[in-house]
Structure formats: C-alpha cells, structure tokens
Design a protein around this ligand. Structure first.
Ligand code: NAP
Ligand code: MG
Length: 523
C-alpha cells in the first residue's frame, strides 16, 4: 500500500498485531521459517562499514542457548583500526545524510517495516534459535520492531510540522527546528536483540544522524538481519555501520572518541554507568558535550493488597516474573504481598508456576533457556544466596544440560533488604516478601536503587490513587502485568539507576537525538 502523508500522521499509528498461533497455518508458517533458517546455520556474517562487507579472521560465535552444540552463525569482529574507519565513515556520511529531508528519511523506515511485516516469521525464527525465545515472545518482539519503525517515522514527520508552532511576534518571524547531532554509538542488549536494536538505531537515523551499531555479542545474527533489511530498502551506505566486536577492545574506544557525538545504550547498570562516566570526559579535539541515553536494569515488583483479585494477581506475578525466563528489564522479580492474603496468594503463584513447561524455543515451551554460560552461572549463584536468605518453595535446580536451562524458582519470606530483593538477577527467580499492610508494601517496593516498572493490585480506588503518587518508577501498571510495554501506548524508561528515563516509544524520544535551532528573522 502506498502511504500518503495523511496516513502517516502520528495519531494514525496502530500497533502491529501479533500472530494468532491458535491458527494452525500460522504455526506451520513459523515452523517452515525455522526449518529454512536452520539451513543457514553456521554461516559467516561480515562487518559492514560504508556499505563495504568485510570478513575478518577473528569472529564472534553465536550459539543456540537451547542447544549449546548448535552454532547459529559466525560474525566478523572489528578491531580498533576498523572502528576508527567506521567513525570516519559515519562522520563523512553525516555531511550528506543530515541534509536528506525528514520525510524521505522516514520513508526508509516505513519500507523496512513493510518488509519485516511480510517476513515476520523469518525474523522470529532467528530470535527463537539465537536468543532462546518461544513463539509468542519472538513474535511480539517482531511486532515491537515494526512498531518502532512506524512510530518513529511518523514522529519525525510530526516533529518537522511542529517547528511551525513557535510564536512569532510583530516584526519577527520565528521558527524552531530540530537538527541532528552527528555520529551516534548504538549499543543494544541481547534480551530484545531485534526490537531494541531497531528502536535505538532507527530513532537516531530518522532524526538525521549516522550510526555505529555494535550488537550484543551473544546475538549478532539477528542484528545483522536488520542491517541487511535496511540495505535492501536502499538506506544509503554509511548511515548504519555494523561493527560487532569486543566491548573491551572497541567499546571504550568509540565512547571516548572525539568524533562520537552521542551514545544510545540499553543494558546493565554497571556498563551504563561506565559509559556515562567515560563519555563525560572531554577528549582532545572534541567539540561538544556527549549526550548519553542509558536505559539500564531493574528490580521491578508487584504490590498486592487484600482487596485485589487474587486470581488475576497470581497470573500477573507468574507471567511478569517468568516470561522469557525473567530476562527482561521489566521482569517482576519481586512480589510484595500483604499478610492477610499472603499464604493464599503464594499458594496460587506456586501452583501456576508448576504448570509451566520447560524446553527449547523451537518446541515452544513457556520457559526456555537462559542466554549463555555466564548468565547461567550468575543465576545459579543468586539461587545459592537465596537459599541462605529466604525459603525456597519451588525450583532452584537446573534442567537438561542440552542448553542453559534453569527451573522457575520461587523464594518466599524474603527480607526486603536481602540480596535477592535488591539485586537484578535477570533470570527465572522470584522473591516474595510479606508486608503488614499496603502502605508498608509500597515502602518495600520503593526500597531499591532502581525504578523501572512497578505493579499495584487492588480494587480500592483511594489506594490506587496513593500508589500512583507513591510508587517511584518510570512505568507503573495497575491490576496488570508489569511487562509488555507497547510502542506509543506505554512509553518506556526508568528512574534512578534504571536509567535516564529516555522514554522509548514516545513522541518526545526523537528530541534526544536532535538539537533545537531557533531562527528569528526580522520582517
Ligand atoms: P550489558 O552486559 O550491559 O550489555 C549491553 C550492551 O553493552 C552489549 O551490547 C554489550 O556488548 C555492550 N557493552 C558492554 N561493555 C561495553 C563497553 N565498555 N562499551 C560499550 N559497550 C559495552 O547488558 P546485557 O546483559 O546485554 O543486557 C541485560 C541488561 O539490560 C539488564 O540489566 C537489563 O535490565 C537491561 N535492559 C534494560 C532495558 C531498559 O529499557 N531499561 C531494556 C532491556 C534490557 P557485549 O555483548 O559485547 O558485551
Ligand atoms: Mg546465542
């Protein structure tokens, strides 16, 4: 369908519907896409700088976390020299790309969204084999990636129009425009290796910046597939430079480089703080203050009072804690329950969790593998700590060693200050704490260094009002799951050490990659 400008207004944006897997033909189509991607396993993927595809000796090995023996692909890595070349290329390309009209820039995104929509199962297949997602998780991620392209494309068109809204006074014509910043270093995490990679990259590109995209090292193949898609829609060479590699070798090099103008990072707290600190140092020859958007971890939680619908609360606790094995920044890894309904609700949560099946994404189990050996070891270490600090009531052990499987694990009677209530575990581990009443429960919720997502279950309107006022987080959800933010519907980003609250999926977001230029003309 060709899109006229009218159909590209921001208020006409619609979230991409997920696939309905109750339809047999959809399941078949996804299975076929998986079979066909399996024929590509073990392929070599290049670095791309200025459109040039470069194969190097030194490569990342991407494996299927659900079947450790299965190699998804080998991806070439850049060294410092190549990273330097990429920065120079992005800087040169910026000179022309910034002059491309906004609508034309946006149209690359719309075209890519159309193609991704047509091939959504192909993208899901890669997510299933490379990241260990099940069908629903992979499919929802593809929808989110499409949404980011449709939404930011439209936001850019709107942002251009909004330049007319500055007030002009007699004798003076005023106009505020948003112009791009320059070269952006794009650093996505592995847990949404398509959606976040797409969101961070296209928001920068559509606003007229050029980029150096460094995919997470465990999920570089899906990032490559996105870059390939952007090539296919004719995005000029050098606008996205694909530079996989060791963070230690080139991460700090690029962050610290005088030609890097901004860094768009999503990942852990420690890495985000490190990048922020490094970017704060002014390099020799640097002409600006680098901008850092860092979206980091969470220790999210759900508060449940005695008036709540306990069936609904139990379902939300389980799905928020264990979907994608708890490997979401929004994962509800804490549940804080008032004492009068504590035993009843804990029982429901444990029962529901027992029903979850575990196995690889290809076989579409609710619980799949965790991402890699390092995550596996870290999560098991936290489980050991949990056993000392609280009462283990479910799980705590590993599954088949064909992949990195850990059973969904529940600890109860956790002290609010203990490690498993404070630190982000990023795995299938839920800590449950008891509170005297709903107010104490909110205090326990707020007692973390983070502030990303929070949930409140109650039927008492006055308490809901209070929860909205008191719970300190970027995304607060009442009587529903704390995961599953939709682009344009639930702008996403956290407080405190969860990040800079650069609300992804909001209209405001694009301004983070632009600078406002006012022109005042005497008439
Ligand atoms: P991570 O270890 O911090 O890595 C994130 C990205 O940073 C990866 O691409 C990583 O590359 C790169 N990196 C590491 N050190 C770097 C350096 N010195 N310079 C430049 N880049 C560097 O996080 P992760 O394990 O991938 O992701 C999980 C974390 O992300 C969790 O804490 C989760 O809460 C958070 N997250 C937050 C949000 C949000 O919106 N707030 C969303 C999703 C995830 P390598 O892979 O090569 O190490
Ligand atoms: Mg992998």
């Amino acid at each position: 369908m060709t899109k006229t400008l009218d159909t590209l207004k921001l208020d006409t944006f619609q979230n991409e519907p997920d696939t309905d897997f109750s339809i047999d033909s959809e399941v078949m189509a996804l299975k076929e896409a998986i079979s066909s991607f399996k024929k590509e396993l073990g392929k070599d993927y290049p670095v791309i700088i200025g459109g040039e595809k470069i194969y190097t000796e030194d490569k990342l090995t991407s494996i299927n976390p659900g079947k450790k023996e299965e190699i998804v692909g080998y991806v070439s890595k850049v060294d410092r020299e190549m990273a330097e070349k990429a920065i120079q290329t992005a800087t040169e390309t910026f000179a022309s790309w910034k002059g491309v009209p906004a609508e034309k820039r946006a149209k690359y995104l719309f075209k890519a969204a159309d193609l991704m929509r047509q091939r959504r199962h192909e993208f899901s297949a890669v997510l299933i084999l490379e990241a260990g997602k099940n069908y629903v998780e992979a499919d929802a991620e593809v929808s989110e990636a499409i949404d980011f392209m449709e939404y930011y494309g439209r936001s850019m068109i709107q942002l251009e129009e909004d330049t007319h809204y500055v007030k002009s006074i007699p004798g003076e014509k005023n106009r505020l425009t948003y112009i791009p910043l320059g070269v952006g270093f794009i650093v996505p995490p592995w847990n949404f290796p398509l959606a976040i990679c797409v969101g961070l990259t296209v928001s920068a590109v559509v606003t007229g910046n050029t980029t150096l995209l460094k995919p997470a090292s465990v999920t570089p193949v899906i990032a490559y597939k996105f870059v390939e898609l952007m090539e296919e829609v004719g995005l000029p060479a050098g606008v996205i430079n694909f530079i996989p590699g060791d963070s230690s070798v080139m991460g700090d090099f690029i962050t610290g480089h005088p030609l890097t103008r901004f860094i768009s990072f999503t990942g852990s707290k420690d890495v985000g703080l490190h990048i922020n600190e490094l970017a704060g140092k002014t390099a020799k020859g640097q002409k600006w203050i680098k901008r850092v958007n860092a979206e980091m971890g969470g220790k999210d939680g759900i508060v449940i009072d005695e008036t709540a619908d306990l069936e609904a609360a139990a379902k939300s606790i389980v799905s928020s804690a264990f979907s994608f094995q708890g490997q979401k920044c929004s994962a509800g890894s804490r549940a804080i329950i008032v004492e009068s309904v504590y035993d009843e609700l804990v029982e429901k949560v444990v029962q529901l969790t027992k029903e979850l099946t575990i196995g690889n994404g290809e076989e579409n189990h609710f619980i799949g593998p965790v991402i890699d050996q390092k995550a596996y070891n870290t999560i098991l270490k936290y489980i050991e700590i949990g056993k000392q600090e609280a009462k283990l009531v479910l799980g705590g052990d590993t599954g088949s060693d064909e992949g990195y499987y850990i059973h969904p694990t529940i600890f109860i009677d956790a002290d609010p200050n203990c490690t498993i209530m404070q630190e982000e575990i990023f795995g299938p581990v839920l800590a449950i704490a008891k509170a005297k009443d709903w107010e104490e429960a909110i205090d326990i919720y707020n007692n973390t260094d983070y502030g990303l997502t929070g949930g409140f279950f109650s039927t008492d309107e006055a308490r809901i009002e209070q929860a909205i006022e008191r719970m300190y987080c970027g995304n607060l959800y009442i009587n529903r799951n704390v995961t599953g933010a939709l682009v344009g519907v639930h702008p996403f980003g956290g407080f405190n050490l969860s990040g800079t609250d650069s609300k992804a999926g909001s209209y405001d977001y694009l301004k983070l990659f632009s600078q406002g230029k006012l022109h005042t003309q005497k008439i």
